[in-house]
Design a protein around this ligand. Structure first.
Ligand code: PNS
Length: 163
């Protein structure tokens, strides 16, 4: 069985992630979404909340599951017999960062990374921009699944003068 992992912070999962995951699910027998901590980012949603939101968003794809792991991604791959890491590539600006991680993961445990071009329609989309726009009451309904939209609306702080 050919297994791949789509790792990320998923804070929160967006339609851009889902596009990559859907296409990866057509290339592999099983795809695992691994919700991981990125030590250089602070989160809006807890890991448990991200897991729930991701599970809800991919429930229509039979060969995709959602998991989490608190160690190195390559150790997760080895522990779960996963041969490939898939990451979405939105633009050239993603490339340096993704290439560095791909080469490090290859060096660490011989795990290969496949960089999948995102649909151009999602090349501007990031979880961090979604968080910021939603925080100030902007419309992100075309960018995230309905479950995520509901949670973002519940946390929106727009409307006041603030400090
Ligand atoms: O969505 P992101 O934040 O770009 O994803 C980055 C992520 C979570 C995949 C990366 O930070 C990661 O793999 N974290 C797990 C710990 C790890 O293996 N770090 C070494 C990466 S070379």
């Amino acid at each position: 069985m050919r297994k791949a992992v789509c790792p990320g912070s998923f804070d929160p999962i967006t339609n851009g992630h889902i596009d990559v995951i859907e296409r990866a699910s057509g290339l592999f027998d099983q795809v695992v979404i691994a919700v991981l901590a990125n030590s250089s980012k602070t989160g809006l949603f807890s890991i448990d909340e991200r897991l729930v939101l991701a599970k809800d968003a991919i429930s229509h794809i039979p060969n995709v599951t959602v998991d989490t792991w608190s160690g190195l991604l390559v150790d997760y791959c080895k522990a779960n017999n996963i041969g490939a890491i898939i990451k979405g590539l939105r633009a050239v600006s993603d490339f340096d960062y993704e290439l560095q991680m791909a080469q490090m993961n290859l060096q660490l445990k011989g795990v290969d990374t496949l960089l999948m071009a995102t649909k151009p329609a999602y090349s501007f989309l990031s979880s961090s921009l979604v968080r910021e726009i939603a925080r100030y009451g902007g419309d992100v309904s075309a960018l995230v699944p309905v479950g995520v939209l509901k949670e973002l609306k519940a946390r929106s702080t727009h409307g006041g003068k603030g400090n």
